[in-house]
Ligand binder design. Structure first.
Ligand code: DGY
Length: 320
């Protein structure tokens, strides 16, 4: 008998065909995210769960007595309660590698858009407000090329950003990470720094660290005060790596110049969040990996992870 799996997100015909060879597949087809109660009901007899962002905790695991693997279609896995999953002998997997370059592209898009005020000036043109003015300084931005980039979290995506910075934009690259990355130092001239020095010296500060108990609110009021008044803060990791209220105050008090945000404390971002009203903040709806090619590759990798575990070969990308 084939193992049973449940998918909480839409899957392409290719992936469905692949999964169906090895598993009996059921999937959520509703427009909104599946409700918790329905998910718990669906999990009663399944061996594998293919999902993204759904909280995997003791309560869920207690309701899924046959569950052996949860395959996340994302590189981040902060939705996993790792201790609980270990206790219940459930393997957790993610999708590294296939999204590195796409997330690095988005990181640069946010740097360029915030420094050159692309969203703000796009709105100005489309609103018919491109009036001749003696003062064309009104449209001035800040150069990205030849500036200093500080990367917090030098994993694979960090290295892909460093490569663009060094060879595409002639930037000096600083980084802060749990461990030194001699490869990145050699290839991109990246300089290892303590966090405070990185914050003081960087024109662009890019958050790429995974969200863990150690990195939650890694950047708060004290850290924003160390940044240059001209600095741009870019977050493509998780909203909670930053104290969002401190970020709002830093922008309001002009302690930093601008920000580019893919992620927020609460997603979807709340309508009254001051960040979405600020012209010097570029916001996008958590789209780091959102290209068709990359999302297809992530979905296939996630499917391969689930099949690999359920056919006894072990996970390709186990997170613990
Ligand atoms: C991930 O996969 O964790 C990223 O947030 C992609 O955007």
């Amino acid at each position: 008998m084939k193992p049973k799996i449940y998918a909480t997100l839409p899957i392409s015909a290719d992936v469905e065909k692949y999964l169906s060879e090895y598993c009996e597949l059921r999937k959520w087809t509703g427009e909104d995210r599946i409700s918790r109660n329905l998910l718990l009901e669906e999990l009663k007899d399944v061996d594998g769960l293919l999902t993204s962002g759904i909280r995997i905790d003791e309560d869920l695991l207690n309701n899924a007595p046959k569950l052996k693997v949860v395959s996340n279609v994302s590189v981040g896995f902060n939705n996993f309660n790792v201790e609980a999953m270990k206790k219940f002998n459930v393997i957790g997997t993610n999708t590294p590698y296939v999204l590195d370059e796409t997330v690095a592209d988005l990181t640069f898009a946010l740097m360029l858009a915030s420094a050159r005020r692309i969203a703000e000036l796009d709105r100005l043109v489309k609103d018919g407000n491109w009036n001749p003015t003696k003062d064309d300084q009104l449209f001035f931005g800040i150069d990205v090329h030849s500036s200093t980039l500080g990367i917090i979290g030098m994993g694979r995506i960090g290295e892909a950003v460093a490569r663009r910075a060094k060879f595409g934009f002639d930037m000096d690259v600083l980084y802060y990470n749990r461990n030194r990355k001699p490869g990145a130092e050699e290839k991109y001239g990246a300089e290892y720094c303590d966090l405070d020095s990185l914050l003081k010296r960087s024109d662009f500060i890019v958050m790429l660290t995974p969200l863990t108990p150690e990195t939650e609110h890694l950047i708060g009021e004290r850290e924003f005060k160390l940044m240059r008044n001209s600095a741009f803060f870019i977050n493509v990791s998780r909203g909670k790596t930053v104290d969002e209220q401190a970020l709002i105050r830093a922008l309001e008090n002009k302690e930093i110049y601008g920000a580019g945000l893919d992620v927020f404390q609460k997603e979807p971002v709340e309508k009254d969040n001051p960040l979405i009203k600020m012209p010097n903040v570029v916001t996008v709806p958590h789209i780091g990996s959102a290209t068709k090619k990359t999302r297809d590759a992530m979905m296939m990798r996630a499917a391969q992870n689930i099949v690999s575990v359920l056919t006894g070969k072990g996970a390709l990308d186990s997170v613990y």
